[in-house]
Design a protein around this ligand. Structure first.
Ligand code: FEO
Length: 402
């Protein structure tokens, strides 16, 4: 059965949600599923905006057929070629073989990496570049290139008439849709917006800023992303958050404590540190055991918090593996402007603090609270003063920045 909804009188939502997927991109847990959004404009000319993941193929074609209601498919705008949106491109051309594929030159080049066409599609292409315009009788679409948000071929499309931005992956979120397709109908889970942004495009702050700058020259009443609900009421809230994330600005002046603990000694030190921070007035402290929590959630909090405490055992004369993975994740996502404090542990040669610092100091704007703590197996009563000193340094640093 078709499952489509009107967004405006001539724009339809024809996407689908997946609640069976365990790992998005084979990496990220999606406990609330994920949506793959596709849109269909039914003007004098018809326009399809992207497709869906292959797992949603049957529903998609049922929706597309119902949405077209006997009309031809005239244009197919490909904003993003990642397979969660492009899997059905070949099938669309097979079913609607006169359709014009509206895409940029990079998309055309990359299309051949994903599909072997056993028919000639050269005449199907309408290649567009920055600022080009496509008109259907009542609508005029402008194309804005957005390379690396999230792949090099990405572009976004702006509808001048209804002031709608088809934003590709930008302004998307993990989470299936639950009947409600607008942000006015359901509460946004900002934690999942942040986890999606930071893990998927967090590395590309410069490119996200470039897109935000270009988009700011258009009046936008609605954002239609490729994942998550359509944004009408939270446009400025999300744009402000994107600006913070793209500039690697923390959302709150507080402390994320990421710890790993094999037998409890490091955890004990981390817990005592958290208690003392709280007693000094620090609110909203967040602790993660990096061995127990998927790294995508911890990275997301690292983008949110101004200060990050790393507490880890020494392992194989280096950093405990789960902590090393988390630190590598921070580095590969280019997180900048954070203040770090380090607690190292070890039963015979506690020496991982310098290796942790060496990795993190490669990031622009990293700074370090200098009085690191070294534990041998378990923190000792006579180390409470040391922890107290570290807490005072963190608190003073937060006050200085706040
Ligand atoms: Fe949702 Fe970059 O694909």
């Amino acid at each position: 059965m078709k499952n489509i909804q009107n967004i405006t009188k001539d724009l339809l939502y024809i996407g689908s949600s997946d609640r069976k997927l365990s790992l998005f991109e084979a990496v990220y847990p999606v406990v609330d599923g994920v949506s793959y959004n596709s849109y269909l404009l039914v003007d004098d000319k018809t326009v399809l905006f992207d497709t869906v993941d292959k797992h949603c193929c049957e529903q998609f074609f049922e929706n597309l057929k119902a949405g077209l209601d006997g009309k031809n498919l005239d244009y197919f705008i490909i904003n993003h070629l990642e397979p969660d949106h492009s899997a059905l491109i070949k099938k669309v051309i097979e079913k609607y073989n006169n359709v014009k594929l509206v895409c940029n030159a990079k998309t055309k080049q990359m299309l051949a990496q994903f599909f072997e066409f056993d028919f000639d599609i050269e005449n199907n292409f309408q290649i567009v570049k920055e600022g080009d315009i496509l008109s259907t009788e009542n609508h005029e679409f402008t194309f804005v290139m957005a390379p690396m948000v999230h792949w090099p071929e990405v572009m976004v499309t702006y509808d001048k008439k209804d002031k709608i931005l088809f934003s590709a992956d930008a302004f998307g979120s993990f989470g299936a849709l639950n009947g409600n397709i607008f942000d006015s109908e359901t509460e946004l889970n900002i934690n999942e917006y942040r986890r999606y942004y930071t893990n998927i495009v967090g590395k590309y702050g410069t490119q996200v800023n470039a897109l935000l700058n270009k988009a700011s020259s258009h009046e936008i009443n609605m954002i239609c992303p490729l994942h998550g609900v359509i944004i009408k009421e939270n446009i400025s809230k999300l744009v402000n958050l994107y600006s913070k994330w793209a500039n690697y600005e923390a959302e709150i002046n507080s402390v994320l404590i990421a710890y790993a603990s094999v037998y409890g000694g490091t955890q004990n030190a981390a817990e005592v540190l958290a208690t003392k921070l709280s007693q000094k007035g620090i609110k909203n402290i967040k602790m993660h055991d990096v061995s127990m929590v998927h790294h995508s959630f911890i990275l997301s909090d690292a983008f949110k918090y101004s200060h990050v405490v790393i507490a880890a055992p020494t392992y194989n004369n280096g950093i405990f593996i789960k902590m090393e993975q988390f630190i590598n994740d921070i580095v590969s996502h280019n997180l900048q402007n954070r203040t770090y404090a380090i607690i190292e542990n070890g039963s015979w040669a506690p020496n991982c603090a310098s290796a942790i610092k060496t990795k993190l100091e490669t990031l622009k704007g990293s700074s370090f609270i200098e009085n690191k703590i070294t534990i041998k197996s378990n923190p000792k009563t006579n180390q409470e003063e040391e922890i107290e000193k570290l807490v005072n340094s963190i608190v003073n640093n937060i006050k200085k920045e706040g």
